[in-house]
Write a protein that binds this ligand. Structure first.
Ligand code: ZN
Length: 254
């Protein structure tokens, strides 16, 4: 009896707690921020939503910000026009599972086939482009996901989160917290849908109102909102520039 209990606890630690520590605390195997000098990435989870996503897309267009949407496959199937619009307007589309279920309850093979690849197929059918980014619901991965999913997808978490899924968090609070926390290289997680477990249906309204003020302010701080892939490419090009400067100096010294 005790042996079984100890084995079960060990299995839970290995399957759930170890990947949590690896990804959320050590940041291994995932991207949580960029190393950019002037850029940040706004990301939106849980959509598309027929009420809030169009309003959000209008706002991003008005402020010339490109963002990343981590969409649910089931909602993408329901609202393909919104997926098409995101793609047409230059935003990046990543995957957030087919339904908003935690990866801890399934095997990594089931997660990959029934949640992640299934959603990638749906988005690819709509846009003609296969997503390469993945964010698990609640940022929770199991041990096998870290191996199986990383073969085909870059796992993206976040560095800034402000509780915008709760209607009790006001637009003013969202604005205040975002402006306080955003720094160059930040990956900001927000939510354009309030249907998921633990969220409030009307919460995205506060998010959009607060975000509008933030988008007015960030250019004054010299910051620009880009897609996650662009944020990471900026980082790569900065590293490339630094390397070529080193090389150049080396040549001068010779
Ligand atoms: Zn989510």
């Amino acid at each position: 009896m005790w042996t079984l209990l100890i084995l079960a606890i060990d299995a839970i630690i290995l399957y759930m707690i170890v990947p949590f520590v690896i990804t959320r605390i050590l940041g291994w195997g995932v991207v949580s921020r960029g190393n950019a000098a002037k850029e940040v990435a706004f990301t939106f989870d849980d959509g598309p939503d027929p009420c809030y996503t169009p309003e959000l897309l209008d706002l991003l267009h008005e402020h010339d910000v490109k963002a990343t949407f981590f969409v649910l496959g089931k909602k993408a199937e329901q609202f393909p026009d919104l997926i098409q619009r995101m793609h047409r307007e230059g935003h990046q589309i990543g995957i957030h599972n087919y339904t908003h279920t935690p990866n801890w309850i399934y095997s990594p093979w089931t997660n990959r086939r029934k949640q992640v690849d299934r959603t990638a197929d749906i988005v690819e059918r709509i846009t003609g482009e296969r997503p390469i980014l993945y964010r698990p619901p609640w940022g929770l991965l199991n041990l096998g996901d870290l191996v199986l999913l990383r073969r085909s997808y870059r796992i993206v978490l976040w560095s800034v989160m402000v509780g915008d899924w709760k209607a009790s968090v006001s637009a003013a609070q969202i604005k205040h917290d975002l402006l306080k926390k955003i720094k160059p290289g930040s990956i900001i997680v927000l939510h354009d849908n309030g249907d998921t477990p633990g969220a409030d249906r009307e919460a995205p309204l506060n998010m959009i109102t607060g975000l509008e003020e933030v988008l007015k302010e960030i250019p004054r701080r010299g910051l620009k909102g880009l897609r996650v892939d662009e944020l990471l490419n900026k980082e790569a090009s900065r590293i490339g520039e630094a390397r070529s400067r080193v090389k150049h100096h080396g040549q001068i010294n010779l």
